[in-house]
Design a protein around this ligand. Structure first.
Ligand code: 4NP
Length: 154
């Protein structure tokens, strides 16, 4: 079982979208029994909330339904998950500073898996408009497919 945790700041836009897209790809390939997939945030401000309405609306326009409720990342995640994947450089730095020495998780940068798009990060869409949410979905579809290929080869 490969355990994958997606991380962003609030866990109401990018990482629950990444979790949903990645799970969809895993199911499409019939690999449900080989992967555990979750998401979490670096802040607990939205704990217990469903994903942002705008993110859910754009997700549904692409056939995705986000059911995740926001939760903050915790120390135990670094020993439970094999891969913890941040959406931007700030996420990566925060995760690296939280990681207990010797824990199992490998911290990865989501943007490093992009194949069809050139972008340094998966940018936060929270303070922007519709285009930002569409862009996040396009980036995450690209990066999730390539991440799944990579993990299947590992
Ligand atoms: P996310 O977006 O990190 O993609 O979930 C954000 C959601 C909420 C906030 C920031 C970013 N916030 O500051 O409340």
């Amino acid at each position: 079982m490969v355990k994958v945790l997606f991380i962003c700041l609030g866990n109401i836009c990018r990482s629950p979208m990444a979790e949903t897209i990645f799970k969809h790809l895993v199911e499409e390939r019939g690999l449900e029994n080989s992967f555990e997939v979750d998401s979490a945030g670096l802040i607990d401000y939205h704990e217990g909330e469903l994903a942002d309405n705008r993110m859910r609306r754009h997700a549904s326009m692409h056939g995705y339904y986000i059911t995740h409720r926001s939760r903050p990342v915790e120390t135990g995640d670094f020993s439970h998950f094999d891969y913890i994947i941040g959406m931007d450089h700030q996420n990566i730095r925060a995760l690296e500073s939280m990681q207990p020495a010797g824990s199992r998780a490998q911290i990865l940068d989501m943007a490093s898996f992009l194949r069809e798009h050139e972008a340094a990060t998966v940018p936060d869409p929270y303070y922007g408009g519709d285009q930002g949410f569409e862009y996040v979905i396009a980036l995450l579809e690209d990066a999730c497919a390539s991440l799944l290929d990579y993990l299947c080869e590992e």
